[in-house]
Design a protein around this ligand. Structure first.
Ligand SMILES: *Cc1c(COP(=O)(O)O)cnc(C)c1O
Length: 369
């Protein structure tokens, strides 16, 4: 039995007719960039998040970058980000020659620890990027309170957490500008690259609309130095079909996660995900922890089970960030997570038997120790 880490086959089979029709419509329309499909998708994405505006952009990294830029983050500013995030969060800060300042996550939820943020705030701090890692919403209330007190901007990194909530309020609706990704493997994925910014501030939305399109509102009139960071019509049309299934797919992920919880509780030294009482988790990834991580991963790969590490090297230890001068031991929680985390397969269309198979292999790994 082979269980891939991620398999689109079943998900995509279900919607193939609708997707092909959407693609054909774009094909026949003669209009491929900045048209009606983008408008339509932006409207439905904004409604889903209960925000005033959504702006489609080229990918998640650009969504973060444009959010920071529209909120006026500048060279020398400090931006607080979690020490255990995907590199994109840090890169977006670096694009503006601002400085990423790392704050450790809670060792339970793996999301940025609100009580540690305060110590990282200096006179140069301008913003916080909470990352709803693996699909669980961050403790947004405490983060917002701090941001208000110190007049900081909040930019949510919502790339992994479509439809997650904290105290019933959806992620992507809390910050001043919130970035998401439609990378194919994300919970809402395009058939290529894509991203969006959600915001309740019409001025911020307008700035991003201008920035993403060559700094231009009227063709061949360039108001500012802009970028080419647009979401194209084909991806927008595909996303408009897929967004209708997002709720159903999210429930499927949560049910599969429930099965993992039942099957794996008390097995070996496995630490299962913990969900904060006020948060929901949409299980973009199902991440377990064990001190035998590398051996378990090899064992599962040999058994035909796809499993990956998110993420093996935290940003502060990446070569790209050597210039910040960090060393091993500076962010022990992030480093421990990098050494012990293992992501198991979870995707809409996966069967109960698939989860049981993965769990049985994990149990046989431990019975051999
Ligand atoms: C995927 C991801 C991004 C970047 O999205 P891209 O579309 O790949 O640029 C940013 N942050 C997090 C947490 C992600 O998982």
């Amino acid at each position: 039995m082979i269980i891939p880490f991620l398999d689109f086959t079943i998900m995509h089979r279900e919607i193939k007719t609708q997707i092909m029709q959407a693609i054909e419509d774009v094909y026949d329309s003669n209009w491929y960039i900045m048209g009606g499909r983008l408008d339509e998708f932006e409207k439905s994405y904004a409604i889903l998040h209960k925000v005033k505006q959504a702006v489609g952009v080229s990918n998640g990294l650009d969504a973060l970058f444009l959010s920071l830029k529209a909120l006026d983050i500048q060279e020398g500013d400090e931006v607080i980000i979690p020490s255990n995030t995907y590199i994109a969060t840090a890169l977006a800060v670096s694009y503006l020659k601002a400085k990423p300042v790392f704050v450790e996550p809670c060792s339970e939820t793996y999301n940025i620890n609100p009580t540690l943020i305060k110590d990282a705030i200096t006179l140069k701090t301008k913003a916080i990027i909470p990352v709803h890692l693996y699909g669980q919403a961050c403790q947004m209330e405490e983060i917002i309170q701090l941001a208000d007190r110190y007049s900081l901007k909040i930019i949510e990194d919502n790339a992994q957490s479509h439809l997650a909530t904290f105290k019933g309020k959806i992620t992507g609706s809390w910050g001043h500008a919130n970035a998401t990704s439609f990378y194919p493997g994300k919970n809402l994925g395009a058939l290529g690259d894509g991203g969006a910014v959600t915001t309740d501030d019409p001025t911020v939305a307008e700035k991003i609309r201008v920035l993403r399109n060559y700094g231009s509102r009227v063709k061949y009139k360039n108001e500012i130095i802009g970028h080419n960071m647009r979401l194209d019509e084909l991806q927008a049309a595909v996303l408009s079909v897929k967004i209708k299934f997002l709720n159903e797919w999210t429930i499927q992920r949560q049910k599969l996660a429930e099965l993992y919880f039942t099957e794996l509780s008390g097995v070996g030294d496995i630490i299962l995900p913990k969900i904060h009482q006020d948060a929901t988790h949409v299980f973009h990834l199902f991440v377990i922890r064990t001190k035998y991580r590398n051996r378990l991963q090899d064992f599962l790969l040999e058994a035909g089970i796809g499993c990956l590490i998110h993420y093996p090297i935290p940003p502060h230890l990446q070569n790209a960030y050597q210039f910040l001068g960090y060393k091993t031991g500076d962010f022990p929680i992030a480093e421990e997570l990098a050494d012990t985390s293992l992501s198991l397969p979870i995707w809409p269309g996966m069967k109960k038997e698939d989860i049981e198979y993965v769990a049985s292999k994990i149990k046989s790994f431990y019975s051999k120790q």
